[in-house]
Design a protein around this ligand. Structure first.
Ligand code: COA
Length: 160
C-alpha cells in the first residue's frame, strides 16, 4: 500500500492546501494529512479545531485520513508505514527552506522521499497567515478558504 503524508500547521486550512490534498489524494492508496501539534508558532486554532475543519473539507475523499503528530516528521512516517512526504511549493521563496528540510529529512531517513507539488498559480500568494490577517479586519475570505469554513474562520478571528 502506498501511503503518503502531507504535513503542516493548517492554521487554518486554505484552498491552497485543499488543492494539494485533492491532487495528491488519487496518486496514493492513502494520504494522511498530519497536523503538527508542537509548533513553535502560537496557533490561532487548536489542533482539534484544525483537524475538524480538515475532516469536513475532505469528507468526500475516502483515501484521505486526518491525523496529528509531534516530534520528528520522519519518525511519524515510519510509525504510519508511509514512504513519501508531500509538500506544496508556492514560489521560489519557499524553495530554499523546503529544500533544506527535504535534505535534512533525507539524512535522517534515507528510505523516505519528499515529493514537491507545484501549487496552482491562483493560490501562489496564499498562506494561512494572510487568511488570518484578512479575517482580523473582517475582509472577505471568498475563494481563499473552503466556502463552508468562511464564516467560522472569520468569527473566530474577527472581534470588532
Ligand atoms: N497553499 C497555500 N499556502 C500554503 C501551501 C499551499 N499549498 N502550503 C503551505 N502553505 C503555507 C501555510 O499556510 C503556512 O502559512 P503561514 O506560515 O503563513 O501560516 C506556510 O505556508 C508554511 O506552511 P507549512 O508547510 O504548514 O509549514 P509549517 O512550518 O507550518 O510546517 C512541517 C512544516 C510540519 C512539515 C515541519 O515543521 C516539520 O516537519 N516539523 C516536525 C519536525 C521535523 O521533523 N523537522 C524536520 C527535521 S529537523
Amino acid at each position: 500500500m502506498r501511503i503518503a503524508v502531507y504535513p503542516g500547521s493548517f492554521d487554518p486550512v486554505t484552498n491552497g492546501h485543499l488543492d494539494i490534498i485533492i491532487r495528491a489524494a488519487d496518486k496514493f492508496d492513502k494520504l494522511v494529512v498530519a497536523v503538527l501539534r508542537n509548533s513553535a508558532k502560537q496557533p490561532t486554532f487548536t489542533v482539534e479545531e484544525r483537524m475538524d475543519m480538515l475532516r469536513r473539507v475532505t469528507a468526500a475523499y475516502p483515501q484521505v485520513e486526518i491525523d496529528t503528530f509531534d516530534g520528528l516528521l520522519v519518525d511519524y512516517l515510519h510509525h504510519k508505514q508511509a514512504g513519501i512526504i508531500v509538500k506544496g511549493l508556492r514560489a521560489m521563496s519557499d524553495f530554499e527552506y523546503e529544500f533544506q528540510m527535504a535534505l535534512m529529512n533525507k539524512k535522517l531517513a534515507p528510505d523516505i522521499e519528499t515529493l514537491f507539488m507545484v501549487t496552482s498559480d491562483k493560490y501562489s500568494f496564499l498562506s494561512s497567515s494572510i487568511v488570518r490577517e484578512l479575517a482580523s479586519y473582517n475582509g472577505s475570505l471568498e475563494g481563499l478558504v473552503p466556502e463552508l469554513l468562511e464564516d467560522e474562520i472569520r468569527r473566530k478571528i474577527y472581534h470588532p
